[in-house]
Design a protein around this ligand. Structure first.
Ligand SMILES: C[S@@+](CC[C@H](N)C(=O)[O-])C[C@H]1O[C@@H](n2cnc3c(N)ncnc32)[C@H](O)[C@@H]1O
Length: 209
């Protein structure tokens, strides 16, 4: 018997039903490892990662309604049952709704830099977010961050380095990236075409004895 094609409702997670820690088994219907991409935009990385790794569950978090729906519709068209999309503030999802030690990888590619001083409080990365991110990761789990914005990167990197549960290393290009790319997102393609420098780092949760 062939399974029915996915509908958009199979992919969209209603954010208004969030209440306490999420149950990944209930959300994905299996106990496969969970990876989260924060700020998927149109979902190019998410779709490629989910296609390449069908035994990993991928949650995309996207605040912009247009892109959240766009990425979810791409997942539907590719019939990717290992993707869910949620529209919410990723900071809240990581701090308030992610069970401790439950996420294998956090992907954060080209986070909004909010360069104006009065907007900086909107940035994703601060000490509270980093503390919640490390708590969400399984031992040896990884947070990957890639950006073109040097000033924001110079804030992100020390925040990660100051966390004694993280060990930092060079970010290695994703398997799904094309030649010359780090991750293969839409923003990265635009910035590479403009000749901008890309900054990246991986933070791995240490395995405490
Ligand atoms: C600069 S775009 C990068 C999109 C994609 N990662 C790429 O590289 O093409 C940043 C995206 O993150 C989303 N975003 C920013 N802050 C967010 C937050 N706190 N929670 C969820 N999404 C967020 C924005 O709506 C936007 O689509």
């Amino acid at each position: 018997m062939t399974e029915a094609p996915l509908s958009i409702e199979d992919i969209l997670l209603p954010a208004d039903q969030l209440d306490g820690p999420v149950d990944w088994h209930q959300i994905f219907g299996n106990d496969n490892p969970v990876e989260i991409e924060i700020g998927t935009g149109k979902g190019t990385f998410l779709i490629n990662a989910a296609r390449a790794n069908p035994r990993i569950n991928h949650l995309g978090i996207e605040w912009a309604n247009k892109y959240y729906k766009y990425a979810a519709d791409r997942a539907r068209r590719w019939d990717l049952s290992n993707i869910r999309m949620i529209r919410c503030d990723a900071k809240d999802l990581i701090i308030l709704h992610t069970p401790p030690q439950s996420v294998q990888t956090l992907h954060i590619y080209f986070p909004d830099p909010w360069p104006k001083k009065r907007h900086r409080k909107r940035r994703l990365f601060d000490a509270k977010f980093v503390a919640a991110a490390v708590e969400a990761l399984i031992p040896a789990g990884r947070l990957h961050v890639v950006t073109d914005h040097k000033e924001y990167f110079d804030i992100i990197e020390p925040l990660l380095a100051d966390c004694d549960q993280f060990q930092l290393s060079d970010f290695k290009p994703c398997d799904t990236a094309q030649l010359g790319e780090w991750v293969g997102t839409n923003f990265e393609r635009k910035y590479l075409a403009q000749g901008r420098t890309i900054y990246s780092r991986t933070a791995q949760r240490i395995i405490s004895s």
